[in-house]
Design a protein around this ligand. Structure first.
Ligand SMILES: Nc1nc2c(c(=O)[nH]1)N[C@H]1C(S)=C(S)[C@@H](COP(=O)(O)O)O[C@H]1N2
Ligand SMILES: [Mo]
Length: 158
């Protein structure tokens, strides 16, 4: 896997245009940071609270407090690993953005899901987050390597 040359994270949210952000912008929105070990025993590095960032991002984008809450977060990684995480499992989720003050080596951020059903959901090298509202799939979990490429991906690779 090659390190990514940029540290962009693309946010896809139902009802919103795709939005590009960075670990620095996310940290600023989340307002406070803490040692990841506060939430995940033995983990290293610095993190911010996922829910704090998301709440601030929603209000920044003019989403009403009463508007629908996602049913899932789908995260995509630079190595084509991806995870679909039910919203309920994101309680206390944290985003690692640095280790000892240094950027993460292989991708902009890593998501940690301490209340998730599997450690496999702690996705590294996150490059896109999809906030999904699909009642029909509520509670569904999955993770693994994306097996097929969309026509869009193929175009980008040319
Ligand atoms: N991008 C990416 N994230 C990933 C994986 C992966 O292959 N690629 N593996 C997952 C799996 S299956 C597990 S068990 C954990 C392992 O995390 P660790 O290397 O910190 O123990 O990372 C998860 N996050
Ligand atoms: Mo795993």
């Amino acid at each position: 896997m090659l390190p990514r040359s940029d540290r962009t994270i693309v946010i896809h949210h139902f009802g919103q245009e795709p939005f590009e952000t960075s670990p620095e912008d996310m940290t600023a929105l989340a307002q406070s940071v803490f040692p990841l070990a506060d939430r995940v025993a033995g983990a290293v590095g610095e993190a911010f609270d996922f829910a704090s960032w998301y709440g601030a991002w929603r209000s920044r984008h003019g989403i009403e407090e009463s508007a629908a809450i996602p049913t899932h977060l789908k995260v995509e990684a630079a190595d084509a690993f991806e995870a679909l995480i039910p919203w309920e499992q994101l309680k206390d989720a944290a985003v690692q953005y640095a280790i000892d003050g240094e950027h993460l080596p292989m991708g902009p951020i890593r998501l940690y899901v301490p209340n998730g059903s599997s450690e496999c959901l702690n996705v590294k090298h996150v490059v896109a987050c999809h906030f999904i509202h699909e009642e029909a799939h509520r509670g569904e979990v999955s993770y693994g390597f994306k097996s097929s490429f969309s026509p869009d991906d193929l175009r980008k690779q040319r």
